[in-house]
Design a binder for this molecule. Structure first.
Ligand SMILES: [Zn+2]
Length: 228
């Protein structure tokens, strides 16, 4: 049996090492992410190592074993499917669903999740644009190009918010307010070298300034410039 707390540790280690699967995650990084003391992290890592879910060496940090990773990916799958269900079928906004999914992801009935996935048409992305792992645990990542990296004249489509943004309802509400939602078309009209702000036309509206702070939290897919 894996407890709810243990599951949250596995998910945290996965999130911290997602882009570099061989990297070891430090005790401090885990403590920071889970908002807990480093000493309790050390205890938990030892316990997870005894269960062969984590490889842990003192002073070297932790990484997931294949068994630990499978549990983490399954939690991510459940979390994102529930978020999709809550927005698409129950009408919640994208800034409301993360906390609920944090609870629902721990419901453990594989048959329920498989049927939920089928019911939803096996969606590939959640309401924040994050890839939903498939039944076999495969994850179709986006190319991480940020809005803030586009040059003047370039057009793009918003694919996703960064992986910590679902945790940030204020940011999500701000993005909704200015129309920077998934699928929106954006065109960079000008870039300000001084503070890296960009003048961005969203869905053909009057251009508005988008700060680097916001631009670095949006993943986009580049589209060819107008007329090209
Ligand atoms: Zn979420």
């Amino acid at each position: 049996m894996v407890s709810l707390t243990e599951e949250n540790y596995l998910k945290a280690i996965f999130a911290l090492s997602e882009r570099e699967p061989d990297a070891r995650v430090s005790t401090n990084a885990i403590a920071q992410r889970l908002n807990t003391a480093a000493a309790s992290v050390t205890d938990m890592l030892k316990r997870l190592a005894e269960k062969h879910l984590v490889a842990y060496e003192r002073y070297k940090g932790a990484s997931l074993t294949p068994a630990g990773k499978a549990i983490a990916v399954d939690l991510v799958r459940k979390h994102r499917l529930w978020e999709f269900f809550l927005t698409e079928k129950l009408g919640f906004a994208w800034d409301e669903v993360h906390e609920m999914a944090e609870d629902l992801e721990h419901v453990d009935h594989p048959e329920l999740i498989d049927r939920l996935a089928d019911f939803l048409g096996n969606p590939r992305y959640d309401p924040h644009g994050d890839p939903i792992p498939d039944r076999r645990g495969h994850i179709a990542y986006h190319n991480p190009l940020h809005l803030a990296e586009l040059a003047p004249g370039e057009r793009a489509r918003v694919l996703a918010v960064d992986q910590d943004a679902p945790d940030d309802p204020e940011l999500l509400r701000f993005l909704s307010k200015i129309g920077l939602v998934l699928g929106a078309s954006v065109e960079v009209v000008a870039a300000e070298d001084y503070d890296d702000a960009r003048l961005v036309r969203i869905e053909g509206a009057e251009p508005r300034a988008i700060s680097d702070k916001v631009g670095m939290r949006l993943l986009v897919r580049r589209e060819s410039p107008k007329g090209a």
